[in-house]
Design a protein around this ligand. Sequence first.
Ligand code: COA
Length: 380
Amino acid sequence: MSMGERQAGKPEVVRGLAGVVADTTSVSVVDEASGQLLYRGYPVPDLAGSRSFEEVAYLIWQGELPSHEQLAELSNAERSARELPRPVAEALRSLPLSCHPMDVVRTAVSLLGAHATTTGEGPEADRHRAISLWAKLPTVVAAEQRRRRGLAPVPPDPSLGFTENFFHMCQGEMPSAEVLQALEVSLVLYAEHGFNASTFAARVVTSTGSDLYSAVTAAVGALKGPLHGGANEAVMAFFDNLGGPEEVGPWLDRELAAGAKVMGFGHRVYKSGDSRVPTMRRYLEALAASTEEGRRLLAVADRLEQAMRERKGLYPNLDYPTGPAYHLMGFDTPTFTPIFVVSRVTGWTAHVMEQKANNALIRPLSAYVGPGRRALPGRH
Ligand code: COA
């Protein structure tokens, strides 16, 4: 918006900030030439399957892939920070089962902030806070899935890597190699994505001079919505309800006629396909091939994908393959978006640190459309 326009009282309103470049970042970008998402310059499909989630977390925070020693140091710090402070665990257990697990995760981040022991300002202190949160969130998410199943929590096991430990705490058993790979890849794919709504929420909070825990609490709240991270849970509604591919067409007709949005399709940035989908799709196929339920999910997914392309010109986003993949891994549907948090906390906290390093208060203007100036009526 030019000053001239503002003075003339005709500000250009960019609803949803679509297409607005709000600041610079060096964390990730969707590469224009290839359409691929790059973390610190590396194509995400190349990282997925070839680098562990811990290595990718280091890359996102530090800007470079870790050496062997750097990785060991990060991994040791993570393994030793997984336990929740007792008052936090007790408070989370007291929350009603009627709330969503994302409410529990959001509350957990806030409580962890209140009980945090890291003091001081600066990037080093924030790196400690980020690693501490990253280490504890799987413990929160796993305990919550088990609480909803009426089961006691499984304590973290420091002999296990991040993803294996997370799965073990959730399910009480070790994952198969296939499940472990698929879960690990999903965490790598979900870790970071520019100025998406939750990351932007974290940056807005940070820009006021507030702390990392407050920023991540806000980010979890933003991720919960079905237009954002909540979509990976929401896609299961139709995967659960559609018995087979033959039911897809009539169902889609009804949905589109009612003006409904089909969860897992469309994206603010990708307009001709989400570059992360083909990678996740390969791991979903591997999970799906061996069971009847898996083959049904895949058949429904394929038919719906084709129908959405033909009727709306829309492509699936990452939440489309991760929803059924998490289902086939044995996670409960309300745990899907919390798993997204376990991954995206890396990107959020990298952005918090980037925002702090070169801060400008984020405070846009609005175009007023309410009543004009008027006199206050007298009291009767
Ligand atoms: N199902 C049906 N129609 C959709 C759609 C979907 N999933 N996504 C977009 N559209 C349609 C809109 O209705 C709109 O049509 P119109 O121009 O006739 O009004 C057009 O496509 C543009 O959509 P819009 O919502 O303005 O795009 P956006 O960039 O603001 O939204 C999303 C992006 C992600 C919010 C949107 O695609 C969406 O709601 N998807 C479903 C939720 C989801 O999967 N979220 C996860 C994102 S990673």
